[in-house]
Design a protein around this ligand. Structure first.
Ligand code: ADP
Ligand code: MG
Ligand code: ZN
Length: 476
């Protein structure tokens, strides 16, 4: 029996504000425990929350960037539950009136575009962090994170595979980073995802029972956890069993998930409007002023790269995954006339290097200025593309400028035809058998001669000139 997978994602994005959502404590990550706290975020009786306007501004920005409708009058609600990470006994969130809803994000899988619906985006405060002692039955709590502003982005159950979920998550990640509202650091938890997964027999319209996967702190983990979950659910159903609605925890070390709590144990949050906070009223002017500040977003940039630089759409998508990457590309293109040459070098050599060294474009050992200079040397014919690869490696290791490496190592390309010609003549005269073979019809053997010339010149002979002269001599 064939099954179809159904996935909906809930993402928590931590807003890049200086202060928390309802008090003026710092949001900075990594401070000593409980140093970024005050009576408001510690939930002391009688303390009143004051809304950080920037969080509202960021929510409107994200709403507009994801084609959502902005709610003119939205409201905060109390989500009640008891847990030590939540000193007030309730989390301030939004419930029946979220700040923005009914949007969409476009994803692209190998050229196939698909629209994924956004159900809602709402504002809420983060909870504290529990630290369990591995040796003793003791838990500690750090309230620095309590009250840090979050946007929760809930998708429609529109995704049909782990790859689609990955593509959606990467696109959303790119958008929040382009907007500059979230740093997107998944390891530090500023961009977290819960995946809801179910399967249904092909052709069936009704959704199957879903499970919710938590603790997915990298794109890879999200995709792996979903793939594992699909197989787990298939096994259950094919064995005649029923999937139970539950929350499962992904264990990246063991490559599997385990049940955390079932839906029957789920809390009744007893939501009600928070009487301490006024409704959030947003007028047209605020929306339009915010719209005017929207930066060029990933899809727009990708389309512009295709039209302006005549890049294949695939290249343009890769180069616009982050604003920094796109900026790097555009800085190079200013200096190098062949945009496709820049794209090729960035996508293969540069990204390969960054991957191998676990770096990002921001921490790239090769600056855009240096890469542009290297590519200029190719364009001017000073070095061949092949030599450029060795120069690139040297640049990565030493941080030296390409011009300097070429000079120091004497890598300048030989373009002097008469010099190349005399080398070729020598090679032809000491390989008479191969020359005869060529003239007898084995023209493929030309590669052998090219190889000999390159060996004799340590790869520095201009390949085009070598080929031209070789053909002339062999055929003439
Ligand atoms: P909850 O409040 O319990 O988390 P929601 O109705 O808010 O439930 O849904 C949470 C997420 O689950 C949404 O992203 C939604 O698209 C997704 N979802 C709902 N039903 C299914 C299903 N049957 N299979 C997969 N995902 C689902
Ligand atoms: Mg949920
Ligand atoms: Zn505080």
């Amino acid at each position: 029996m064939g099954f179809e997978t159904v996935i909906g994602l809930e993402v928590h994005a931590q807003m890049k504000t200086r202060t928390k959502i309802f008090c003026s404590c710092s949001t900075e990550f990594g401070a000593p425990p409980n140093t970024h706290t005050c009576p408001v975020c510690l939930g002391m009786p009688g303390m009143l929350p004051v809304l950080n306007k920037k969080v509202v501004a960021y929510a409107i920005l994200l709403g507009l960037a994801t084609n959502c409708t902005i709610t003119r009058e939205s409201r905060f609600a109390r989500k009640n539950y008891f847990y030590p990470d939540l000193p007030k006994g309730y989390q301030i969130s939004q419930y029946e009136l979220p700040i923005t809803e009914h949007g969409s994000i476009e994803i692209d899988l190998n050229g196939n575009k698909k629209i994924i619906g956004i159900t809602r985006i709402h504002m809420e405060e983060d909870a504290g962090k529990l630290i369990h002692d591995p040796d003793r039955p003791v838990s500690k709590v750090d309230y620095n994170r309590t009250g840090v502003p979050l946007l929760e982005i809930v998708s429609e159950p529109d995704m049909r595979s782990a790859e689609e979920a990955g593509a959606y998550l990467r696109k959303l990640h790119a958008i929040v980073r382009y907007l500059g509202i979230c740093d997107g650091n998944m390891e530090e938890g500023s961009f977290r995802c819960d995946a809801n997964v179910s399967i249904r027999p092909e052709g069936q319209e009704a959704f199957g029972i879903r499970t919710e996967l938590k603790n997915l702190n990298s794109f890879k983990h999200v995709e792996k956890a979903i793939l594992y979950e699909i197989e787990r659910q298939k096994d259950i159903i094919l064995d005649g069993g029923k999937v139970v609605q539950e929350t499962r925890l992904w264990n990246p070390d063991k490559n599997r998930s385990t049940a955390m709590r079932s839906k029957e144990e789920a809390n009744d949050y007893r939501y009600f409007p928070d009487p301490d906070l006024l409704p959030i009223v947003i007028d047209d002017e605020w929306i339009e002023n915010t719209r005017a500040t929207l930066p060029e977003l990933p899809d727009e940039k990708r389309d512009r790269f295709v039209s302006e630089y005549e890049l294949p759409e695939y290249d343009a998508s890769v180069l616009t995954t982050s604003r920094e990457m796109a900026d790097y590309f555009e800085a190079c293109v200013k200096e190098v006339s062949n945009a496709k040459l820049v794209s090729n070098w960035m996508m293969s050599s540069l990204l390969g290097l960054l991957n191998a060294e676990g770096k990002t474009i921001e921490t790239s050992p090769i600056s855009s200025t240096d890469l542009a200079q290297l590519l200029q040397l190719i364009e001017k014919g000073t070095i061949s593309g092949k030599i450029a690869k060795t120069v690139f490696e040297e640049m990565a290791q030493t941080g030296k400028a390409p011009g300097k490496i070429v000079e120091e190592k004497g890598l300048v390309q030989i373009t002097d035809s008469s010099q190349i010609e005399s080398i070729i003549e020598e090679i032809l005269s000491s390989n008479t058998q191969q020359v005869e073979d060529y003239r007898g019809g084995k023209t493929g053997i030309i590669g052998f001669f090219v190889g000999q010339v390159m060996r004799a010149t340590k790869g520095k002979a201009n390949p085009q000139i070598v080929n031209e002269i070789l053909k002339q001599k062999l055929e003439g």
